[in-house]
Write a protein that binds this ligand. Structure first.
Ligand SMILES: Cc1cc2nc3c(=O)[nH]c(=O)nc-3n(C[C@H](O)[C@H](O)[C@H](O)COP(=O)(O)O)c2cc1C
Ligand code: SF4
Length: 535
């Protein structure tokens, strides 16, 4: 109890801060012991069961029950999501497990770390590692260089010197009207880039139509395998997103902004802490106006209603809709929620004009998009390219072609959830809806993963379904049991039961509560439809 009281200090014992408090304990003691959880329950006047259900929901918390041993002092996480699997993550897992002393270092599998362009990715302590191999990891463990490494980025001074926060000032002083800005965004065709593609300007109008007080959230969960654009932007130019967020918050008269950032990005978390403090110091925001909240390793917390639950200090269980969060959101208030990249574009669109943005897209597909491209291409990375581009053009014109010795066989148009299409469908315009939707696929967060003749699409599908199985929040049966059962059915060595697979696919689509369970069968559908040989 004394240790918990010292750790929490004078912080208010608010329920919504529970996950932040669990982080404090985990960071300080390397785990959550039964004794500490008991003391925290007492201190926060919560039932122990409430603390336990939250702590045990999130992957990054290690609960140690009475009499159990603490985890090893150092943790290495190896990403085993799809792009890292292609780059040899399984071999790396074996090698590193054999090279370290398990009493000193524990090796864990981890879902996508958003470093797909430099796969295989790993994390040792708080140090994120690109192109990881076992010798690099062993050397880092030996030298103790396991702290967070901050990349060079544009801080507040340089951003302001280049005209940053001028637009915010104009908006706040009424030189630019909110109605004009909403109209510009609508003319530009800016759509939500977190995955759903809802028109951004329209969302502002809807949120404004509900009586205040209102709140705003920023979704920095970026968990969709293959997606790494938000990290790239926040690690290079974080104030562009922050200024966009402050303009949006002004537009809907939000009382406060909650920035939810995934725990897999320690460098981004540190950058945001520093830059939010700099904004407070410069008087651009009042202290506490932007509250940074740290996720704890749960993909489902990218689903917006689950994210709000998590910000409220609870398990990330998606809510039933309606009501939508625009009406009843965070703490029951009307809430405007946006993806990091959606906000990133606002300043450019208003300063350069709607036509500047819309005109960069292909006919019928307004706008420019940030494509996270990885897999078997020569030059993976975030590619700024038109909406409505095809994967073939992305590969040839933006990625320097296929990697040496690889022929284009298939691709994910939208991360793990968006389905798997064959190369013969490589000329479909990539955008929300349209031809992709007719094929049962979607562009989602614009994460394109490219496969070649070296890749078996059944193995790819099993990898994706294992991810969904691991990340299902468990709230509804079709998804919780369905993802598990689907992996079992797919892995069956002798003749897979196709009728059972199709039946399960239908049940999951029709009866799951949220997008995770509804989209999880997409790759399975395409495996059975387009990749019969591999199946
Ligand atoms: C399972 C699931 C995971 C999601 N993950 C993310 C995510 O990591 N980041 C994100 O911005 N949106 C994610 N979304 C979409 C959000 O629910 C929401 O549509 C988005 O944050 C809205 O912001 P936008 O309009 O700016 O795109 C996810 C949706 C689902 C169903
Ligand atoms: S579909 Fe899956 S992730 Fe979504 S609420 Fe149901 S169990 Fe949770």
């Amino acid at each position: 109890m004394r240790e918990i009281q010292a750790l929490l200090g004078s912080r208010p014992r608010r329920r919504d801060l529970l996950i932040e408090f669990l982080h404090l304990i985990q960071d300080r003691y390397g785990c959550l012991s039964a004794a500490h959880l008991r003391a925290l329950a007492e201190e926060m006047r919560l039932a122990q069961a409430e603390i336990y259900e939250v702590a045990s929901f999130y992957d990054h918390f290690d609960i140690v029950k009475e009499g159990e041993a603490k985890p090893a002092p150092l943790t290495i996480r190896i990403c085993d999501s799809i792009s890292c699997m292609l780059a040899g993550a399984e071999k790396l897992l074996e090698e590193i497990a054999a090279a370290v002393d398990p009493k000193e270092v524990r090796v864990l599998r981890a879902p996508c770390m958003g470093r797909c362009a430099t796969a295989p990715a790993a994390r040792i302590g708080d140090r994120e590692v690109d192109h990881a191999d076992s010798s690099i990891l062993v050397e880092l463990a030996r030298s103790g260089e396991t702290g967070v490494a901050i990349p060079a980025y544009t801080g507040l001074d340089s951003y302001s010197a280049a005209g940053g926060y001028r637009l915010l000032r104009q908006v706040r002083e009424g030189e630019k009207s909110i109605d004009d800005i909403i109209e510009t965004m609508q003319d530009a065709g800016l759509r939500g880039l977190g995955g759903a593609g809802f028109p951004a300007g329209k969302k502002w109008s809807i949120v404004r139509s509900y009586p205040g007080p209102r709140l705003m959230s920023i979704n920095g969960d970026e968990g969709e395998p293959g997606t790494f654009k938000d990290r790239t932007y926040l690690e290079s130019d974080p104030h562009r997103t922050l200024e966009g967020a402050l303009i949006a918050a002004h537009a809907v008269e939000a009382e406060r902004i909650y920035f939810y950032m995934r725990d897999e990005y320690p460098a981004v978390l540190q950058i945001l802490r520093t830059e939010i403090a700099a904004l407070e110091q410069a008087g651009i925001i009042a202290p506490g106006f932007i509250e940074l909240r740290r996720g704890a390793g749960a993909y489902i917390c990218g689903e917006e209603s689950a994210m709000l639950e998590s910000i409220e200090g609870k398990r990330g269980l998606p809510r039933h809709r309606p009501p939508y969060i625009a009406e009843v959101g965070l703490f029951g208030r009307p809430t405007l929620n946006h993806n990091v990249e959606t906000l990133w574009w606002i300043r450019d669109i208003v300063e350069k004009g709607a036509q500047w943005f819309a005109g960069q897209g292909r006919p019928g597909h307004p706008g420019i998009r940030s494509w996270s491209v990885s897999g078997r291409v020569r030059e993976p990375g975030v590619k700024l390219a038109p909406a409505g581009i095809t994967v073939r053009e992305l590969i040839e014109d933006y990625c320097g072609g296929m990697a040496e010795g690889h022929e284009f066989k298939a691709y994910l148009p939208g991360g793990a959830s968006g389905g798997i299409l064959p190369a013969s469908m490589g000329d479909i315009p990539l955008d929300f809806g349209g031809e992709l939707a007719k094929q049962g696929a979607f562009v989602g967060s614009h994460a394109v993963v490219v496969f070649s003749q070296a890749d078996n699409i059944k193995d790819v599908t099993v990898n994706l379904l294992k991810f969904f199985k691991h990340e299902s929040c468990g709230q509804c049966t079709p998804c919780r049991e369905g993802t598990e059962k689907m992996v079992t059915l797919l892995k069956k060595e002798s003749r897979p039961d196709e009728a059972a697979i199709r039946d399960l696919e239908l049940v999951m689509r029709d009866a799951s509560i949220c997008g995770l369970g509804q989209a999880a069968p997409n790759p399975v559908n395409h495996l059975l439809t387009h990749f019969r040989d591999d199946f």
